[in-house]
Design a protein around this ligand. Sequence first.
Ligand code: URA
Length: 207
Amino acid sequence: MTQPGLFDDQPFASLDAVRREALECRRCDLWKSGHRVVFGSGAERARLMVVGEGPSDADDRTGLPFSGPSGGLLDAWLGELALSRAEVWLTNVVKHRPTMTEHGRERNRPPRAKEAAACAVWLAEELRHVRPDLVLALGGSAGKALIGRDFKITQQRGVMLAGPGDVPVLATFHPAYLLRLEPPELQEAVRLVREDLALVRQTIAVP
Ligand code: URA
């Protein structure tokens, strides 16, 4: 299958054309573990693009990003910004679910660097079409994909950074990380996420 936006000078004409091509993606081995491509969803032109790590088991079933517990928390964060999923572009570093086997069970895992690199073409195309004013990177994998391999969530969370094509990128914690924390670490992480959301609100001028 040809991929016009990737290998020659004819860019994909629309996000839908990108999606159709991505649905056939075999650029790394993740298609063998993920049952389907979970492409981005939401507003095709949006002030805010949110980038997560990769589809979870729930997303692999529904075909939609953030359809499990992390998505519930993300919805609450968007609610604090007075935004709905329909008003932002929500996507991931990789579009197939990365898995590992632990104690005989299939678990979610973060994408490997070479999987993220193989999938980067789709994220680049999403950025080119959505043209957000700001990208909110959720966690370390998204930070590395957008800022570079030296990105460190512990040091660069909450700092306005320059992503591909100089698009402003703000990294915050991944919702799944907060769901694993207990007090008192949880309260501190919630406080930091609130600060980050306030900066998002300011940057995209949510009233
Ligand atoms: N679901 C997603 O779509 N992305 C994540 O990073 C986690 C869960």
